[in-house]
Design a protein around this ligand. Structure first.
Ligand code: FES
Ligand code: FES
Length: 189
């Protein structure tokens, strides 16, 4: 069957099998490999993308179901070579280790901050509760999302944009301590 799917703003027309899952369409047909396929049980959430502005586990959606609809993947987070604050948060707060879960985590986090710009740690945990990380223990993932929230609040107030991570600055000291978790009732613990 033929489908037309707009992915990250670009329309794609493809012949697909009716049984093809959206995650495989994205990775194998479009070569957008940022989203991962991590389980056969719809548990892990490594495959989360947006379908018409809503995060979905793309292993639970047929490519045919995306016909005529909009999909957004992790490849669309950075714009013009500038990382999304959520991506910066994961870098600043060491929100990943192997990175397998990270694309899905960031797509859900971006959606959360778009709809609820200043969540508590508990609200971040709830939003991400359908997704698994096998490495980090979640503490730094929550810190990463809260960091992005704080930075976006600063920018919205007209403050200075955040400094890049220390290890990305010329001559930066890679041993510099990471910034503290956001304070004031939004503790990640
Ligand atoms: Fe694990 Fe989709 S691949 S939930
Ligand atoms: Fe390895 Fe999350 S960073 S699974």
């Amino acid at each position: 069957m033929q489908i037309t799917v707009t992915v990250n703003g670009t329309s794609h027309v493809r012949e697909v099998e009716a049984r093809l899952l959206l995650i495989h369409f994205l990775r194998d047909d479009l070569r957008l490999t940022g989203s991962h396929w991590g389980c056969d049980t719809s548990n892990c959430g490594a495959c989360v993308v947006w379908l018409d502005e809503t995060p979905v586990k793309s292993c639970t959606v047929l490519a045919a179901m995306a016909d005529g609809r909009q999909v957004r993947t992790v490849e669309d987070l950075a714009r013009g070579g500038v990382l999304d604050p959520v991506q910066r948060g994961f870098a600043e707060c060491h929100g990943l280790q192997c990175g397998f879960c990270t694309a899905g985590m960031m797509m859900t986090a971006r959606w959360l901050l778009d709809h609820h710009p200043e969540p508590t740690a508990a609200e971040v945990r709830e939003a991400l509760s359908g997704q698994l990380c096998r490495c980090t223990g979640y503490e730094n993932i929550v810190r990463s999302v809260l960091w992005a929230s704080e930075q976006e609040a600063v920018l919205a107030r007209g403050g200075d944009p955040p400094e890049p991570p220390a290890d990305r600055r010329d001559g930066g000291d890679t041993a510099s301590p990471r910034p503290a978790a956001p304070a004031s009732g939004r503790d990640a613990s």
